[in-house]
Write a protein that binds this ligand. Structure first.
Ligand SMILES: [Zn+2]
Length: 406
């Protein structure tokens, strides 16, 4: 019973929105490239390269998210190094493109007359509009999903609006008689390109330097998980840096058997980690119920401590027996006095809860429960209620210790 958290959230997954963002990046950079070619604007050419550098950067982040979701057994650490190698190469290419722009700007023989003014003007306005709509959508999603990487991406889009507006102003300036403004804007854009290249370089160096997350952060994650009492065991916990962000994967054993409750618990744990440790961007929780190597059965018994009682809440004693899962041998037996036998109200529920506290897995009863209380408590806790015709503890003993249990 292993369940992956990501499946249920596919439609609102941060990586889906990151994918759309990358797609828009490619479209915008492509459109700017065409406009640069039509107009001959150096600023637009520089902004095109800026756009493709951004695309490179976001593809690297997507690759990081994709890799972080894979099991490290199936995908050896070597792949993460490939990601870093690609980052280094693309940073190099970006710096080279920036250098080429500078070179182009200072070429004296180049004509400064820009063509296709109106296509460029309306093209750039359309691009600004598209980015504005998407970045607002992304910022909203970032808030809803509590995703730092989406938030960072949305604010990057805001800065891209500024750079596109700068190109637009340079275009207008060139139109009214200051063609040099196009070159100035191109040089500013080279600064932006260099920053993108530097960020890629810095992030990949960081990831190379601390591929695994620092022990303090790991401890904080562990402490958040430990606060949930139903978590019986933290089987493994892995965290990985991708740029500024941390991806967490953990295998847990829960002390609950019901799938719906386990799912709810895993979501609560995920939310708490995301909320309390801000640098964590994604949490993947795998869980399964704790495996028991024994089962505890409870039987209501009469005063003679031999015969089964027809009552449940009114039974004077309960006989509890612990049977090993393998071999069906009796590990422990005890007879407990029903502490609630004299209770006025809610006797059934109180007895049921008391049995749960004693670790009971199955109940034998001669009758179905009258009130809904005990049935509700037991079905909620996944405790099996077995209706039996047997009269005595001995008869049930024989069944339990036979190789086939019920
Ligand atoms: Zn940018």
């Amino acid at each position: 019973m292993v369940k992956n958290q990501d499946f249920s959230r596919k439609n609102t997954d941060p990586s889906t929105i990151a994918f759309y963002s990358t797609l828009l990046n490619i479209l915008v950079a492509g459109a700017k490239g065409i406009l640069a070619w039509l107009s001959g604007s150096a600023a637009l050419l520089a902004d095109t390269i800026h756009g493709f550098s951004d695309t490179f950067a976001s593809l690297l982040v997507l690759a990081g998210i994709w890799l972080s979701k894979r099991k490290s057994e199936a995908f050896p650490w070597g792949l993460y190094k490939v990601e870093n190698f690609v980052a280094l190469v693309s940073a190099g290419l970006i710096f080279f493109a920036g250098y080429e722009i500078v070179h182009y700007v200072f070429k004296p023989e180049k004509t400064l007359i820009l063509g296709h003014f109106y296509s460029s003007l309306f093209g750039l306005l359309a691009i600004i509009l598209a980015i504005s709509i998407f970045s607002r959508f992304e910022a909203k999603k970032a808030k809803a999903l509590n995703s730092p990487s989406l938030r960072a991406d949305a604010s990057h889009w805001y800065s891209d609006i500024a750079s596109t507006a700068l190109v637009l102003l340079a275009l207008l300036g060139a139109r009214i008689g200051y063609p040099i403004l196009d070159r100035v804007a191109a040089l500013i854009m080279v600064g932006v390109i260099a920053k993108v290249g530097w960020d890629i370089l810095k992030d990949s160096m960081r990831t190379l330097l601390d591929a695994s997350v620092d022990p303090i952060t790991l401890d904080r994650i562990r402490n958040v998980i430990r606060r949930f009492s139903q978590v019986r065991e933290i089987k493994s916990i892995q965290a990985r840096n991708s740029g500024r962000f941390v991806f967490v994967r953990t295998d847990l054993a829960f002390g609950i058997k019901k799938l719906a409750q386990a799912h709810e618990l895993s979501e609560e744990i995920e939310k708490s980690i995301l909320k309390e440790i801000p640098q964590v961007d994604q949490v993947t929780i795998h869980y399964e119920p704790v495996k028991k190597d024994f089962l505890v059965y409870a039987l209501p018994v009469e005063e003679d401590k031999k015969r089964l009682s027809d009552h449940f809440g009114d039974a004077p004693y309960f006989y509890l027996v612990r049977i090993s899962a393998e071999g069906h041998t009796i590990q422990e037996e005890k007879i407990l006095r029903n502490p609630y036998v004299r209770e006025e109200k809610g006797k059934g529920i109180k007895v049921s809860e008391w049995l749960l506290q004693n670790g009971v897995d199955s109940i034998y009863s001669r009758k179905t429960f009258d009130g809904k209380g005990p049935s509700y408590v037991f079905s909620n806790a996944d405790v099996e209620v077995i209706i039996t015709e047997d009269q005595t503890i001995d008869e049930i003993h024989q069944k339990l210790t036979a190789l086939e249990v019920n």
